[in-house]
Design a protein around this ligand. Structure first.
Ligand SMILES: [Zn+2]
Length: 644
């Protein structure tokens, strides 16, 4: 869908939602979510909504902040039943906006009760659950969600711990379930309900809960105010007891973010971390917390730890960039109006830059690893075929349709390149400011202004547009920032922005051996690991079993007619293996003969010749002697770790 059609869709939904009324709802909605059946993929909710007699429209969220897409799962909300004074109330889903429930409230009724179940297919296991409130939320339409008071409670199985940024007010016995067929679904024996202080619907959606059998809460950087914690649940007892060195690095992250941004916009901050091979991965920002999901050994095994090194720093940075400061078109007052993705190269792109910089400053990765991974990212962007037809801004605008990338020809589609393109753009800006001010200023000075407007605050949202961004950059360094941004963002560019790497004292090159970080990452399980990297030689990604899972548009493999799903059986007459493929690359150097592949294409075997003669190629940054080493300067800690 192009920009014009998105705008039309936005306009039509605005009409169906009607204008937002100004009056706030002061008597809180009460919601109790029962997680005792989470291991069976079912959450339950009891909701009391204060109402007036007459027609009532209730909404469930569609556009979830941070997802940059209409990802609300109204189809997973089941077992819906409304009652008033003990009598069942009829309801009807809106024919156009499927996230709206219409009811008629009888005369004299001031409260209706809703029972909902949610089918939850991710972020749960036998030992843990993550509660994203949007899965079970109902609230009146036509009122800004920040003006609707709500009082939440959560029921968990006996012995489970709970992590959240919500403020607990007490615990008690769980309420009975009331739904249409709840006789078999009462909370399990020993379950307890924790009540939380009233908040508003906007903040509750921004305050997920993790709960689990193996739970630890660790305080971080104890000398820092406000307080920071990491709350961890895991499938195996030993995993949630995080290593002391890792906890020290996360404490460093708290200090480094404080020094970089010089403000905070939360009353206290909770990193929420799930360690599970069942519950799935996650990285979702919130104002006072972040929801981080990695594998069971995601911060224990070295290769996985390196792969996850910028997860916590990225999501933490979002508390400032994305949650507090938000592009005006990405903020909607009702979770129903479509979000518009322009400026995601700031929201996500600058966060991608700072996530990696803060990880290096905190010790979550070292400076060499920072440079190795920057080389991998820059090389990947520079070799993205789709950059000839599509600008970075277009990847931002279309973010909501690109959140689930199409695997075949992903390099031709570009997907969500605004993350990594933004990282290089802000490295360019950072080194430019440093160079032009004779090292007196840096991007940190800009972030102190841009992310710190209003000083220290509690959770809040302050929107911006490109004009304000440019004005704040000019306050740090008077420069033609409008043209700088336009040339990198608004138009397709044949090459990625390597100016920051080059001004930073390095050059992107290709060598015949992978960097230490690339070698380590390739041993990790998951999407980055396991295959043979022949992307920069043959223009295809190959698994360790020889399956071609991506082909570079207009690359060597593409020109030979290969496509996703082909399986390489033989290489130059040898049976396929990672080693035989690498050997063929080595032999290709100075050789006029093509590389011969035997390919299984569905049920047929064919021979394919690759016209390639340049050996193995892996990206790396090499130091340019005699220039300022800004990359190492940027990734040095700003804060000395306090003595014990
Ligand atoms: Zn992000």
């Amino acid at each position: 869908m192009n920009k014009h059609l998105l705008a039309l869709a936005a306009a039509s939904l605005l009409v169906s939602a009607g204008p937002l009324a100004v009056q706030a709802q002061k008597t809180p909605i009460k919601i109790t979510v029962d997680l005792t059946e989470a291991p069976r993929k079912l959450y339950h909710a009891e909701i009391d909504v204060p109402v007036k007699a007459g027609p009532l429209t209730l909404l469930t969220p569609q556009w979830i902040p941070g997802n940059h897409a209409p990802s609300g799962e109204a189809n997973a909300i089941v077992g819906v039943q409304f009652t008033a004074d003990g009598k069942t109330l009829a309801w009807r889903r809106d024919d156009v906006n499927l996230y709206e429930f219409h009811l008629d409230v009888p005369a004299g009724v001031t409260n209706i009760h809703a029972h909902l179940d949610a089918i939850v297919t991710a972020r749960t296991s036998k030992q843990m659950a993550c509660l994203e409130w949007e899965r079970l939320m109902l609230y009146p339409a036509h009122v800004p969600v920040k003006d609707i008071a709500i009082e939440p409670s959560v029921t968990v199985p006996a012995g489970w711990g709970i992590g959240t940024a919500l403020t607990p007010t007490g615990t008690g016995a769980p309420p009975a379930m009331t739904g249409v067929a709840e006789s078999a679904h009462q909370p399990s024996a020993g379950a307890t309900t924790t009540h939380y202080a009233a908040t508003n619907v906007e903040q509750l959606l921004d305050s997920p809960v993790i709960a689990g059998k193996y739970f630890h809460e660790f305080p971080l950087a104890p000398e820092v105010t406000p307080k920071h914690y990491i709350d961890v649940v895991s499938d195996e007892a030993e995993d949630s007891n995080l290593r002391p060195e890792l906890l020290a690095e996360i404490s460093n992250l708290v200090r480094e973010a404080g020094a970089a941004y010089a403000s905070h916009h939360y009353n206290q901050y909770h990193f929420l971390l799930t360690l599970s091979n069942v519950a799935g991965g996650e990285g979702l920002e919130h104002g006072q917390s972040s929801d981080n999901g990695v594998g069971e050994k995601g911060f224990a095994e070295p290769a996985q730890t390196l792969g996850n090194s910028d997860l916590l720093s990225h999501e933490f940075t979002h508390s400032w960039n994305g949650k507090y400061r938000r592009p005006s078109t990405l903020y909607q007052p009702d979770f129903a109006t479509p979000q518009q993705g322009m400026l995601l190269w700031v929201y996500e792109g600058m966060t991608q830059y700072m996530g990696n910089v803060l990880a290096a400053r905190s010790g979550l990765k070292n400076q060499q690893q920072y440079r190795d991974m920057l080389a991998m990212s820059a090389a990947s962007l520079d070799n993205e075929s789709g950059r000839i037809w599509r600008s970075v801004e277009d990847t931002s605008i279309a973010s909501s349709i690109d959140r689930r990338p199409i695997a075949p020809w992903g390099n031709w589609s570009r997907g969500q390149s605004y993350y990594q393109e933004g990282e290089l753009l802000w490295l360019d800006a950072d080194t430019l400011i440093r160079e032009k001010t004779g090292d007196k200023k840096s991007l940190t000075d800009f972030q102190k202004i841009f992310l710190g407007k209003g000083g220290d605050t509690g959770p809040n949202i302050v929107t911006y547009d490109r004009k304000e961004l440019i004005a704040d950059l000019n306050e740090v360094l008077p420069y033609d920032w409008a043209t700088f941004l336009h040339e990198h963002i608004d138009v397709p560019t044949p090459h990625t922005d390597l100016a920051g790497i080059e001004r930073g004292g390095y050059k992107l090159v290709f060598t015949d051996k992978p960097s230490a970080s690339e070698r380590m990452l390739s041993t990790a399980r998951g999407p980055r690991g396991g295959g043979v990297n022949v992307w920069y030689a043959l223009g295809m990604r190959v698994t360790s079993e020889g399956v071609v899972n991506e082909v570079k548009y207009d690359g060597v493999a593409d020109k030979a007619g290969l496509t996703q799903g082909f399986k390489i059986i033989g290489v130059n007459g040898e049976v396929f293996s990672a080693d035989s493929l690498r050997q063929a690359l080595d032999d290709s150097k100075g050789n006029t003969k093509p590389i011969r592949l035997t390919i299984q294409d569905e049920t047929k075997l064919t021979e394919v010749n690759l016209d390639y003669h340049d050996g193995q190629r892996y990206p790396s940054l090499v130091r340019v002697e005699g220039t300022t080493d800004y990359l190492d300067e940027i990734t040095k800690p700003l804060v000395a770790v306090p003595a014990k």
